[in-house]
Design a protein around this ligand. Structure first.
Ligand SMILES: Cc1cc2nc3c(=O)[nH]c(=O)nc-3n(C[C@H](O)[C@H](O)[C@H](O)COP(=O)(O)OP(=O)(O)OC[C@H]3O[C@@H](n4cnc5c(N)ncnc54)[C@H](O)[C@@H]3O)c2cc1C
Length: 412
């Protein structure tokens, strides 16, 4: 059986490792942290995952937290007006529920599961120099190290990367004590609250170390009022500041949040990164080639919550390519073709995500407005979070959007 090394124990690397073990591949994962260090560390993401991505986990029996995790039944959009009121507010139902399992819970659990299923786990933060020596011991080396330093092995692809700066300042807090939404108290949903000119607040029901919780997640436009975390406030000050900003910019959400308490002392996160697509094959000083995976090669802004979804889809796609290749050598051409298969799908979520970082053009304003009164439009928009390939057929194209809305009898 081919020997595979995966550097990085995140959504993509561990999912691929666990699914390769099902086929008896000799798999080693190198992780910068032990399971206990991951559980005791800082939150890393908001990781809302939708049906298609969750189904990959179910297909392989690694959806260990599915029963205990709150089900996200739909997704709502609110847009603030000048007086703190809402000029738009609607809720679209997902055909299948979404879920968010804290990566501290999931990655720690998956690392332990991998060892119990015969995978090798090496706890080691890998440097480029380390990596140079490794391919001689393996048939295939995959770099799944997220946004860490190893991405520098992979060249940015300018033709697929429109941005050279972070497009949002990110800030996250995991909390207990958020009340149900009055409009649909029995249907937990992701809320997408937009304060024009300032940014967005996502509210995401999730499962963490202490059970179910809610995540407050600001996407602040750089230089605006929600971009205010450079002083690295302590946990309580961080939450107090978030709540103050919610009261000021999304006041319709404040009542639900006013009694929020952090789930734990490591439940806050602030930062930002530049969306980028990289070339998938890295060449080491030794001349050996390594294949980049998920965020290493396609890192989208989390405004559309696609990164973990894409990581799951990338793991599923790479698994198919590896299995189909059998015992043949994993050369550069195979690596490029493996990425190309993944990109066939991932390009649609990247195109949509990059578009969502811009002020909405008229046809998108029309779509979001139509969703307020027309449930079919709302449902189509929210179910695209599971399958973003659909957006090319309407949301991203003014002509197709017009045809679709007009066909529903919605005037322009
Ligand atoms: C604030 C925020 C909110 C987000 N919200 C969502 C969301 O709601 N939905 C969604 O789908 N996506 C979301 N994402 C994106 C999502 O978290 C990532 O896209 C996803 O985790 C990428 O998976 P990955 O396997 O590529 O990398 P990661 O999950 O980042 O895993 C990489 C692993 O490699 C390890 N590593 C790094 N360098 C090394 C090294 N040198 N040696 C050894 N190990 C190393 C890291 O410690 C980590 O364990 C969000 C991201 C952020 C920042």
């Amino acid at each position: 059986m081919p020997k595979v090394l995966i550097v990085g124990a995140g959504q993509s690397g561990l999912q691929l490792a666990l699914t390769l073990r099902e086929h008896d591949y000799d798999v080693t994962v190198m992780s910068a942290r032990t399971p206990e260090e991951i559980r005791g560390g800082r939150v890393m993401s908001t990781q809302a995952m939708f049906h298609q991505a969750l189904q990959h986990e179910r297909d392989h029996g690694i959806n260990l937290w599915e029963k205990g995790t709150v089900r996200i039944e739909g997704l709502g959009v609110s847009i603030g007006g000048p007086d703190g009121d809402r000029v738009m507010d609607w809720f679209g139902r997902l055909d299948h529920y979404a879920q968010s399992v804290d990566q501290r819970v999931k990655m720690a659990g998956w690392l332990e599961l991998l060892e119990s299923r015969g995978g090798k786990v090496v706890i080691h933060g890998v440097t480029t120099a380390d990596l140079d020596a490794l391919p001689q011991h393996y048939d295939l080396v995959i770099v799944a190290a997220g946004k860490g330093e190893l991405v520098q092995l992979f060249d940015r692809d300018p033709s697929r990367s429109p941005y050279t700066q972070p497009q949002r300042a990110l800030s996250v807090a995991y909390v207990h004590g958020v009340g149900p939404r009055p409009e649909h108290p029995d249907s937990p949903g992701v809320r997408f609250n937009i304060a024009p000119g300032a940014g967005e607040l996502f509210m995401i029901p999730a499962y963490t170390l202490s059970g179910n919780c809610d995540i407050l997640f600001f996407e602040g436009i750089p230089g605006g009022p929600l971009d205010c975390w450079g002083d690295q406030p302590g946990p309580q000050e961080f939450l107090d500041r978030m709540l103050g900003l919610i009261r000021q910019y999304m006041p319709w959400e404040y009542e639900r949040c006013r009694n929020a308490e952090l789930t734990d002392a490591k439940a806050t996160l602030a930062g930002g990164y530049t969306p980028v697509v990289r070339r998938p094959v890295g060449e080491l000083p030794s001349g050996a080639f390594v294949l980049g995976m998920a965020d290493v090669v396609v890192a989208n802004d989390p405004i559309t919550g696609q990164g973990s979804n894409n990581a799951s889809k990338c793991a599923a796609s790479y698994l198919d390519s590896i299995l189909a290749h059998g015992d043949k050598p994993f050369d550069r051409e195979w690596m490029q073709a493996t990425f190309d298969s993944y990109w066939e799908n991932a390009q649609h979520s990247t195109a949509w995500t990059n578009a969502m970082l811009q002020p909405p053009p008229p046809h998108v304003q029309r779509i979001l407005g139509a969703a307020q009164a027309n449930d079919e439009v709302a449902r189509r928009f929210v179910n695209g979070f599971s399958d973003p390939t659909d957006y090319q057929h309407w949301f991203l194209d003014p002509v197709k959007a017009d045809e679709y809305l007009t066909g529903l009898g919605i005037p322009s």
